[in-house]
Design a protein around this ligand. Sequence first.
Ligand SMILES: O=P(O)(O)OC[C@H]1O[C@](O)(CO)[C@@H](O)[C@@H]1O
Length: 541
Amino acid sequence: MTLDQLQARGAQALKTGIRALFAADPDRFAHLSFRHDDLLLDLSKCALSQDDLSALLAYARTVGVEARRDAMFDGARINTTENRSVLHVALRAHAEDGFKADGEPVGEAVESVLQAMSRFASGIRDGSIAGATGARITDIVNIGIGGSDLGPVMAAIALSPYHDGPRTHFVSNIDGAHMADTLKLVDPATTLFIVASKTFTTIETMTNAQTARRFIAGALGEAAVGAHFCAVSTALDKVSAFGIGEDRTFGFWDWVGGRYSVWSAIGLPLMIAIGPQNFRAFLDGARDLDRHFKSAPARENLPILLGLAGWWHRVAQNHPSRAIIPYDQRLARLPAYLQQLDMESNGKHVGLDGLKTPTATGPVVWGEPGTNGQHAFFQLLHQGTDIVPVEFIVGANPHESAPELRIHQDLLLANCLAQSEALMKGRTLEEAREQLLKAGRSPEEAEQIAPHREFSGDRPSITLLYDKLTPFAFGRLVALYEHRVFVEAQLFGINAFDQWGVELGKELATGLLPVIQGTQSPQSRDSSTAGLVAAIAELRS
Ligand SMILES: O=P(O)(O)OC[C@H]1O[C@](O)(CO)[C@@H](O)[C@@H]1O
């Protein structure tokens, strides 16, 4: 199966349309939906026939998706541009899984950090580890950005029904407002700061950590700092130089990418919030999906199928963006998390061979929870000029058992299903005209307004359905997306595990700091940058 053949198939399927595919196959849902326990992936509302799926599976074999997956699980250095293994799967493994990096077993080291985290989290939760004055810790402030922030933030919201530990806050932005607004909410005597940074050099995190340090030292004295800080990093020497003790430092390894690190010690704020047992259940959910990814035949393998559908939309059908719409308010930060996971991984234009990729690569990923999105941007999804494949994510059951809340869940589910149905079916001009006439409009008015009320339909969506958002189900969902991004990267032929594209801006910011501070002239800059520097100086004078 060649790329050209698949692209021709993609174009043909678009021409045929999803409605026609349903008409031709009344059992389309049975043929194009897939289950792993209670987790269901419905691809039937995509412009994709069963034959197209077979062709995609054949292409995945040609590209060697399964062989590449096995190389990842075997600890091979598949992150070639950084010469590293990619083993976030080892973070949620059990002893018998036997993961190795460079031939060296990693299970013991992973378990030992998990146990140290558990002891620390339990101590904070039961008050046996207290602040410098002996007061119990009531608030945790995680200081981190990107992968050292987005995962724990998302997870703390997602698993809020299990949150019985101290309150959690997250400060990421270099904008002083973020730290200032957070510090207003907490009492230094009862606050623990977690400085989370894989490299321990990220300017935002280091600047915020210094501000937090001054907050504690100013209120409680320099000697109190140690009792109010802990750190998570791979750079243990830098943590120690910052002044955080070894007993309060939780490490991880260079074979864990930042955006794949929520399962590592980066998950410490989550563990403190929900407790070590629930955190283990979160890891177990991811492990369950890892095992499914590793062993299920490709035709039943959810991450492979989701990856193929994503690639189909992006490359074979040329849709440049992807909307993630969880109909689950507690997944409100999932779209932001997936933006980093997907766009930092697959936003590349050079392939593993060092040449420009022959196709488009990662799409723009965006989204908001439903039903809120319906009242904001769904207009464009239904009637805009661009087609945006939508990924609906929804749980059948809520945590809330109060009978008076039952109606909320029923309406949530009805709305979710209605949106994918509307995108697929649309409404013809004739139907729009008839509706207007029935509503009492004159034939002239009906004629005039009907085009505005026509919905083209044939707009693709994917639905992911699960029972309930437990720690296990949530871990499984996040791992599903991790592996989906991996599968797409193999189809694009790129390395999903580096992120050189973030470097240039960082370098330029370092160079611009003295210009903003007025100690260096902006004259060597382009006229826009120099002009903006001058305008800022004027506004600040
Ligand atoms: O954990 P660190 O090293 O502070 O990095 C934070 C984030 O910055 C990035 O390197 C991008 O600048 C991300 O990949 C990473 O998650």
